[in-house]
Write a protein that binds this ligand. Structure first.
Ligand SMILES: Cc1cc2nc3c(=O)[nH]c(=O)nc-3n(C[C@H](O)[C@H](O)[C@H](O)COP(=O)(O)OP(=O)(O)OC[C@H]3O[C@@H](n4cnc5c(N)ncnc54)[C@H](O)[C@@H]3O)c2cc1C
Length: 210
């Protein structure tokens, strides 16, 4: 799984709404009164897995987005990470592009300080014939082909940076179970994230990564 690819391909449900005129502002206020609005954000990221947290971290560290209020909603509780000597069997294969992204976020150094396994040679066989293809890191100027990283190690590494002092505009709510969405329409310009407990969050941009 390539985190970078995932961020690009995951469904961004709505884009920043157009200029909101006086009429729609009135509607917005009346909408906000009708429902129990817990908070209003520029961007809400639904799902704090590897991809959601990486996106939140990238947004939090981008100076161009520093004025935006970002909320990350994660359904599970905030569990303390425990680094165990045994390997976890939930792993991802990360390519050089993802490594570059993680490097730019200062996440990669945390991964290296914990645990990763470089892939230097790979052979792939065809299931129906003797055909095979092989890849070697020496063919790509001695760079590694990929890296195998445990999911929880990568998530912990991303969270270290996401929760660092470098990220000031991202709020994280754990135990926040999302029940559904009401997406922006002409007569209602904001996206509404409906929580299972009855709370609602409002945002301009919603990224569904759960
Ligand atoms: C059994 C299994 C084995 C896999 N093996 C591999 C593998 O070997 N290699 C590989 O590359 N990929 C593997 N995958 C896929 C890999 O797990 C995913 O590609 C990866 O986890 C995607 O990360 P993500 O952040 O998009 O999603 P997730 O890690 O699934 O994160 C989604 C987050 O959203 C949260 N969430 C979900 N619903 C709600 C809700 N209603 N409200 C609020 N929060 C919510 C979840 O708690 C979770 O934290 C496997 C998946 C499974 C299920």
């Amino acid at each position: 799984m390539l985190i970078l690819k995932c961020i690009q391909s995951k469904k961004i449900l709505c884009t920043i709404s157009n200029n909101i005129g006086a009429l729609s502002s009135i509607r917005k206020i009346s909408n906000a009164k009708e429902i129990n609005v817990k908070g209003k954000y520029d961007i809400i990221i639904a799902g704090g897995g590897m991809v959601g947290c990486a996106l939140a971290c990238a947004m939090g560290k981008n100076p161009l987005l520093s004025q935006l209020k970002v909320l990350l909603l994660e359904g599970s509780p905030n569990k303390k990470f425990e680094f165990k000597p045994e390997y976890s069997n939930r792993v991802v294969a990360l390519n050089g592009k993802t490594k570059s992204l993680m490097n730019s976020l200062k996440v990669w150094e945390h991964v290296e300080n914990m645990r990763l396994q470089p892939v230097r040679y790979m052979q792939v066989w065809d299931a129906c014939s003797d055909a095979l293809i092989s890849f070697s890191s020496s063919e790509i100027f001695d760079d590694d082909l990929a890296y195998i990283v445990e999911n929880d190690v990568l998530l912990e590494a991303i969270n270290k940076e996401l929760k660092s002092k470098d990220v000031k505009n991202v709020e994280i709510v754990y135990g926040a179970k999302i029940g559904g969405y009401e997406l922006a329409k002409d007569d209602s310009p904001r996206n509404i994230v409906k929580m299972s407990n009855g709370d609602n969050y409002i945002c301009d941009l919603l990224a569904n990564l759960k």
